[in-house]
Design a protein around this ligand. Structure first.
Ligand SMILES: Cc1cc2nc3c(=O)[nH]c(=O)nc-3n(C[C@H](O)[C@H](O)[C@H](O)COP(=O)(O)OP(=O)(O)OC[C@H]3O[C@@H](n4cnc5c(N)ncnc54)[C@H](O)[C@@H]3O)c2cc1C
Length: 317
C-alpha cells in the first residue's frame, strides 16, 4: 500500500514524486519510461537554470532527485484505475497491462499525451519498419537515406532540421503554406539545401514491401498525387490525450484533457492530475514540473487532512 501513486515518469510525474517523497509519503512512480516527451528534445533551451542541456540529461536529474528522496519506480503500462471504499478507507487500485496491481491512498495522473496518428493505408503495417514519431531516437537509422517528416508544428520543423544533419534528403510535408512552428526555426530549416518543403500537401498512403519505400502525397488544391521515394517517415503531427484509462473518475474537456482546479484536484477526491494530460495551458517542461509540484503538495495536504493531522504550512503567506 502506497500513500501516493504517480502514473507517468515525465517532468510532471517526477516533480510530483519529489514533493511527496520529501513529505515522507511512501511514493511509487509507475511509468513506461523515465523522462517522457522531454526526452525527445536534444537541447532544452527554455528550462531556467539549465542553459545547455539535453532533454534526457535534465530528466536524469529529475529521476535521481526523486530516487534520492525515497521514491520507488515500477516500469509498466497503466491499464485502468478503480476506486474502492469511501473517506478514510478510500483506496485507488492501479491496474497494469501485465496483470499487476498497486494500491494507493492518493493518485497523481501525469501520463502526458500519445502521438496522433495519420489514419492512412500503410501506417499500421510499417510501425517500427520505417515509421517513427521520434527523430531524436530513430534519426541515426536513416544515415545517408531519404526521409519524409509530416507536420507543421515545432516538433516537425525541429525533426526536419535534426534529420538534415544525417539523412541525404528530407521532405517536409505540411498540409498548409503557414507553419505553427517558431519563425526562427523555420528560417534555419529553409536555409538547408537538403530539405525540400512539400506544402499544401497531405499524405495519402505509405508504401513498401517489408519496409517503407515511398510516401504518396496529394496536393490539397489540384488533387494531383506525387510519390516520394523514401526510406523513413517521421509522423510529427502532435499528441492526443487518452482518458479511456480513467473513464468516469475525472471530468475532461472537448480535447479529452483532464479538468483540474488550481490545486490539481480532479472531480474525485484523492485523485490529482498534472502536466500535459490536463487542461493546463502551455504544454512545456517547466510548466509540467511546476504543475507536478502543486499536485504533490495537494496530495500531501489531502492525506494529512484525511488523517486528522496538521498540515505543514507550505507557502510564505
Ligand atoms: C519533440 C518535442 C520537443 C519539445 N521540446 C521542448 C522544449 O524544448 N522545452 C519545453 O519546455 N518543452 C518541450 N516539449 C514539451 C514537453 O516535452 C512537454 O510539455 C513535457 O514533456 C510534458 O511533461 P509531462 O510530464 O506532463 O508529460 P510527458 O513528458 O508526456 O510524460 C508522460 C509520462 O507518462 C508515461 N506514460 C504515458 N502513458 C502511460 C501509460 N499508459 N502507462 C504508464 N506510463 C505512461 C510516459 O512514459 C511518460 O514517462 C517538447 C515536446 C516534444 C514532443
Amino acid at each position: 500500500m502506497y500513500d501516493v501513486i504517480v502514473v507517468g515518469g515525465g517532468a510532471a510525474g517526477l516533480s510530483a514524486a519529489i514533493f511527496t517523497s520529501r513529505r515522507k509519503l511512501k511514493t511509487l512512480v509507475i511509468s513506461i519510461d523515465i523522462g517522457g516527451q522531454t526526452n525527445l528534445t536534444n537541447k532544452i533551451s527554455n528550462y531556467p537554470g539549465f542553459t545547455d542541456l539535453s532533454g534526457p540529461k535534465l530528466m536524469d536529474i529529475f529521476r535521481n532527485q526523486a530516487k534520492s528522496t525515497g521514491t520507488e519506480f515500477i516500469f509498466g503500462k497503466f491499464k485502468n484505475i478503480e476506486k474502492e471504499g469511501e473517506g478514510k478507507d478510500q483506496r485507488f487500485i492501479i491496474n497494469l497491462t501485465n496483470g499487476e496491481s498497486y494500491k494507493g491512498r492518493a493518485v497523481i495522473l501525469a501520463y502526458g499525451k500519445v502521438p496522433r496518428t495519420l489514419g492512412i493505408p500503410g501506417e499500421d503495417k510499417f510501425v517500427g519498419r520505417g515509421i517513427s514519431t521520434n527523430a531524436v531516437q530513430d534519426g541515426h537509422i536513416y544515415k545517408q537515406k531519404k526521409v519524409a517528416v509530416i507536420g507543421g508544428g515545432n516538433s516537425a520543423v525541429e525533426a526536419a532540421e535534426l534529420l538534415s544533419e544525417t539523412s541525404s534528403k528530407v521532405y517536409l510535408v505540411h498540409r498548409r503554406q503557414q507553419f505553427r512552428a517558431e519563425e526562427i526555426t523555420i528560417e534555419r530549416v529553409r536555409a538547408l539545401s537538403n530539405v525540400e518543403f512539400v506544402l499544401d500537401s497531405v499524405p495519402t498512403q505509405i508504401k513498401g514491401n517489408s519496409v517503407v519505400q515511398a510516401l504518396t502525397v496529394e496536393d490539397v488544391n489540384s488533387k494531383s498525387q506525387r510519390e516520394l521515394k523514401i526510406d523513413g517517415v517521421f509522423i510529427e503531427i502532435g499528441f492526443v490525450t487518452d482518458t479511456s484509462f480513467v473513464n468516469g473518475l475525472v471530468k475532461v474537456n472537448a480535447a479529452n484533457e483532464i479538468i483540474t482546479n488550481e490545486y490539481c484536484e480532479t472531480s474525485t477526491p484523492g485523485l490529482f492530475a498534472a502536466g500535459d494530460v490536463t487542461t493546463i495551458p502551455y504544454k512545456q517542461t517547466i510548466v509540467s514540473a511546476g504543475h507536478g509540484a502543486t499536485a504533490g503538495l495537494s496530495a500531501y495536504t489531502y492525506l494529512q487532512k484525511l488523517d486528522g493531522k496538521p498540515v505543514v504550512k507550505i507557502d510564505w503567506t
